[in-house]
Design a protein. Structure first.
Lengths: 232, 186
């Protein structure tokens, strides 16, 4: 069973549905897989992520998370298995980076002590533990992306969704973020990222999105099973 | 000198003076997946050509012992020729890209065929992009030259894709519009 499955998903905007954001898009992502979708501006890549997260509903088609139709899941699906990286930090969610993580965890019903240790572990995993007591405004681009990833990791998602993980990030820091995402996939997490930068496609199953249409391999190619030959 | 293998071997001698057998091993390591030797003995043929053209020279005093291993180093002429070759090669790449675009345009009356070519080209680009590794940033390394080479090759592959993917997007739109009969080829 795929972690995420989009089946013939379409989405239009505008009064007359004149702007096609997604057109008959199908995609499967397995555990431990990193999929990156490249597209120009207004190609539909952000819509793809929001629909995969269950934030937006498709006009037609089905989105399944672990085999379950996202429409049938509660509104708490986001945060329970699906992590959607928001790169903006709201002052109302805490003064320091670590507060930003703790607030979300407490809102989900975790006791403050457990929320604190979970938040610190997530920041360490995103290799940004040293920034825990900084204010979000003090972070550079790369640190802000890592903090956003940590905020999602605190909920131990099975699927991580991230829009433009390397935009605005210094050239030398860029690959560190990609390596972090690849290492999360290696640990079994499914990752779907969108990007406008070709460099982010490295090492991933790469697809492109053009006028709402997905191009590339919609599902992981499985190795051919060769039956063992019986000897003697 | 047309052979890409000859130029690659000259590059390796510029990088570090070597003897024939060592060069063959270095070649396989450095150009894995990019260039192939027809056999180890071909290195000696190539070295003879480079010697005749004055691009390399034997280092005196290295042809000693029971199994002499003469080492070769690049001459100033060899380095200059290699530089010129690098620039000419890039110009050839530009020309090849233009040629591809021009040849694709012959399908203006049959845009579906062009779209099929574009899809296959796009798929090849996506595979190339996905196969390009994310390398660790520069750090202390036992072999700084091969580390630098790997990073430069990786970054070139990744950034070149940044030009190809938008071009594919653009070409797809053009031919889709033709297929839909919205515009007439000029």
């Amino acid at each position: 069973m795929s972690v995420l499955e989009l089946e013939h998903v379409s989405k239009c905007y505008g009064q007359l549905n004149e702007h096609v954001a997604l057109c008959d898009a199908s995609l499967k992502i397995e555990a431990g897989e990193m999929v990156v979708v490249w597209g120009m501006r207004r190609s539909g890549r952000s819509t793809l992520l929001r629909i995969a997260a269950g934030i937006e509903k498709p006009d037609t088609g089905v989105v399944r998370f672990e085999g379950q139709d996202l429409r049938a899941r509660s509104s708490r699906a986001l945060g329970e298995g699906i992590g959607y990286c928001r790169k903006r930090f709201s002052p109302s969610e805490g003064r320091l980076v670590i507060d930003q993580l703790i607030t979300g965890l407490i809102a989900r019903g975790l006791p403050p002590t457990l929320a604190g240790s979970r938040a610190r572990a997530a920041l360490e995993r995103a290799e940004i533990g040293a920034c825990a007591t900084l204010r979000p405004a003090e972070l550079d681009y790369a640190e802000a992306v890592r903090a956003a990833i940590a905020r999602s990791l605190a909920f131990a998602p099975k699927l991580l969704l991230i829009d433009e993980p390397t935009i605005g990030v210094d050239l030398l820091a860029r690959d560190g973020i990609l390596m972090l995402l690849h290492s999360l996939a290696q640990q079994g997490m499914a990752i779907l990222a969108s990007t406008g930068e070709s460099t982010s496609l490295s090492g991933a199953r790469a697809l492109t999105l053009s006028d709402g249409e997905l191009y590339g391999q919609p599902a992981r190619e499985l190795a051919t099973v060769v039956p063992l030959r019986r000897t003697g | 000198m047309q052979s890409a293998v000859h130029w690659a071997l000259l590059g390796l001698v510029i990088e570090r003076p070597s003897y024939g057998y060592e060069l063959a091993h270095r070649f396989e390591h450095a150009y894995d997946g990019m260039l192939q030797l027809s056999g180890f003995s071909y290195v000696y043929t190539a070295l003879d050509t480079l010697l005749c053209r004055g691009m390399i020279e034997e280092i005196s005093g290295t042809r000693t012992g029971r199994q002499p291993k003469p080492r070769y180093r690049a001459t100033a002429e060899g380095v200059r020729s290699y530089q010129e070759r690098l620039i000419a090669q890039m110009r050839e790449d530009f020309r090849r890209s233009r040629l591809f675009a021009r040849q694709l345009a012959v399908f203006a009356q049959e845009p579906e065929i062009a779209l099929d070519v574009i899809e296959r080209y796009g798929q090849a680009c996506l595979e190339e992009a996905g196969e390009t590794p994310v390398l660790a940033p520069a750090g202390p390394c036992a072999d700084p030259v091969s580390g630098l080479a790997a990073r430069l090759v990786s970054e070139e592959r990744r950034l070149a894709m940044g030009a190809r993917l938008p071009w594919i997007d653009y070409a797809r739109r053009e031919f889709k519009a033709l297929a839909a009969g919205r515009i007439q080829p000029r």
